[in-house]
Design a protein around this ligand. Structure first.
Ligand code: GDP
Length: 185
């Protein structure tokens, strides 16, 4: 685990980071992705996590779990508003190959979500979107939200993956996408 002091694992493996607002379902997604319920704690206190957790995946790559944003102090001047920990990580992680940005499929993309995508673009870091809690909508409604969010964010639909930690929908697709990100290096 990393503290704000910036401890980094001695890492020669490529990295993929997960970002999103607090309570978006990030811990649940990690648990489903890694297939072990105990790996990532499912927290109930929004914004409590203030550290980056690193998970080594099959000696192939490292998953960096960034602190949830949305409850953090918002800076008016800066484009990146998640504080030095996340911004510093994104700027300085040489192993970073991509970021999966989590958004609740039922919500409008937030200003923080958009700022994150812009920031990744400015760093030339590929970003993909996982739409969490897809099980909360019917299949038709979920497909509609998928199209709408792609259009709102001006992203190709293929770059957006509906996901449910509850049903496992999107799990394999997301795992494949991460493999592609780290293979592209
Ligand atoms: P985090 O703060 O982003 O790590 O979010 P959590 O993983 O702790 O999830 C926040 C809340 O959303 C919890 O009550 C979860 O049970 C719920 N949740 C997370 N993923 C899903 C999902 O895929 N489907 C449903 N129905 N609920 C989910």
């Amino acid at each position: 685990m990393a503290s704000a002091a910036g401890w980094r694992p001695e890492n020669t493996l490529p990295e993929v980071a997960l970002a999103g607002r607090s309570n978006v379902g990030k811990s649940s997604l990690i648990n489903r992705l890694l297939g072990r319920r105990a790996v990532a704690r499912v927290s109930r206190t929004p914004g409590r996590t203030r550290e980056i957790n690193f998970f080594r995946i099959n000696d192939r790559f490292v998953l960096a779990d960034l602190p949830g944003y949305g409850y953090a102090r918002i800076s008016k001047e800066r484009r990146a508003v998640w504080g030095p920990l996340i911004e510093g990580y994104l700027r300085e992680s040489r192993a970073l190959r991509g970021v999966v940005l989590l958004m609740d499929i039922r919500r409008e993309p937030s200003a923080d979500d958009r700022a994150m995508l812009d920031f990744l673009g400015s760093l030339h870091v590929p970003g993909v979107v996982a739409l969490t809690k897809a099980d909360k909508l019917t299949r038709t409604a979920a497909a509609t939200r998928h199209r709408e969010i792609a259009s709102q964010l001006d992203l190709p639909e293929e770059q957006i993956i509906p996901f449910s930690a509850q049903t496992g929908q999107g799990r394999d697709d997301l795992a494949r996408t991460m493999e592609l990100l780290v293979a592209d290096a």
